[in-house]
Design a binder for this molecule. Sequence first.
Ligand SMILES: Cc1ncc(COP(=O)(O)O)c(C=O)c1O
Length: 351
Amino acid sequence: MPHNITIQNTEKSRISEVDFNNIGFGKVFSDHMFLADWDGKEWTGSRIVPYGNLSLSPATSAIHYGQAIFEGMKAFRTGNDIFLFRPRENWRRLNISAERMVMPEVPEALFLEGLRTLLNLDKNWVPDSTGSALYIRPFMFATDDFIGVKPSDKYCFCIFTCPVGPYYAKPLRIKVEEKYSRAAPGGVGFTKCAGNYGAAMYPTRLAQSEGFDQVLWTDPVSHTLVEETGTTNFFAVTHQGVITPNLHDTMLAGITRDSVIHVLKNNNIQTEERPLTISELKTLHAEGNLKELFISGTAATLINIEGFAHQGEYYDVMKTGNTVVSDLLRSQIDSIRHGKSADPFGWVEKL
Ligand SMILES: Cc1ncc(COP(=O)(O)O)c(C=O)c1O
């Protein structure tokens, strides 16, 4: 169903104020944003307006009861061409989160038309330096001004974008988490609801105060199985091939994770999705068979793990400086995302 999107252009673009050689991550916002409102029955008021503050009641339901979900995706520039990477997967996952949080479904046409109209308007904000991209943040939150725990009747769906550089500058030191949990079986770990990230902040802050970059989450029951890190999925490379933890409801099904698995298989690299224990990682390390560890995510892309700490011991994985498989993946995925090589999986959509 086509959605009539009204457009209010900004009076003065801010783009000339931006130093594209120093954009960092998540601090610079493009000129416009897309908005639509769920009125309890249907999506209304699809519109593009200048990026700016929203006016909300202090009783806004999302702030109190947490019906707030989001997505993260990227667009890439090659010359004058802009490419979106697997946007329909983000649309699908947004609706998986929406269902679990009792929020309305966002129709594919609303999501894609809003996205394309916004990106066409703010095309010049897609950067082209190496490692940069336009980060796209679609999100939905409950807007009833009502105190009392119940699903909201009204919601706001919004998309804004920011030109970004690399999320991490160097390989990461991670701490295996054995006390705190990010998610529980039967809970909401498989969704991108805001609360998952709030819950992760305290253990992450503790790990950072101990000199680590990130927490490696383990299963919430035995704390022996590897799950994922704060915003990425996890991969281990051995002489035999690649292992990544199999998905379950305490983990986010990363779109980059799925892309990595496809590209690995396409390169005839043996790839296993299966339970992976910390003790197996330590045994592989002791045998000299832990060739590379890396993590994958839209924001982080593909980043190597320098080493991991478990029960006070640090296991350095990058001593040998081996990043053969991660380098191969980085270059092949990057080239597909920029429309520079064949796209055997049909992942890329040109704007
Ligand atoms: C908890 C978590 N795991 C994994 C990922 C990686 O997912 P994707 O590759 O779709 O960005 C993310 C990022 O969205 C995340 O927040």
